[in-house]
Write a protein that binds this ligand. Structure first.
Ligand code: HEC
Length: 114
């Protein structure tokens, strides 16, 4: 089966391209987070404000759909960003936030206990 090796190589190349792409998207999302005012209210990895919940582990508790809904429509003290951000910026933010999966630290104070 001489075909197997090229196919395997092709798969490796494709998946590493996809990986590099999503890594870029995460990096862009992190920048959007900093420059669009999110950081003013939200902390990620110990940097940012505390008006909203700490988002360091948001990817563990929220789906991409829920994150998108929160960004586009806001609510409960968070402004809507659907009209403020480009569609691409919102997608990058979602990829970035969904990858934020830090476990809550034992010493962290839970904001807005429900
Ligand atoms: C003026 C303060 C403020 C700004 C600016 C802000 N948020 Fe929020 N955000 C909040 C508050 C308050 C909540 C909690 C809402 C609730 O309890 O339902 C929240 C909730 C969230 C949630 C859901 C968190 C969870 O644990 O369910 C996400 C995701 C989120 N914000 C992302 C963003 C992003 C991305 C931006 C920037 C585009 C942003 N926020 C800007 C105040 C803010």
């Amino acid at each position: 089966m001489k075909l197997r090796l090229p196919i395997a190589l092709l798969l490796v190349v494709c998946s590493s391209l996809a990986f590099a792409f999503s890594r870029k998207q995460r990096a862009r999302g992190a920048t959007v987070f900093e420059v669009s005012g999110c950081q003013h209210c939200h902390t990620i990895h110990h940097v940012g404000g505390h008006k909203g919940p700490d988002l360091s582990g948001v990817g563990r508790r929220r789906s991409k759909t829920e994150i998108r809904r929160q960004i586009v429509y806001g609510g409960k003290g968070m402004p809507a960003f659907g009209q403020v951000l480009e569609t691409d910026e919102i997608s990058d933010l979602i990829v970035y936030l969904h990858a934020c999966r830090e476990k809550p630290s034992k010493t962290a104070v839970q904001v807005g206990s429900k």
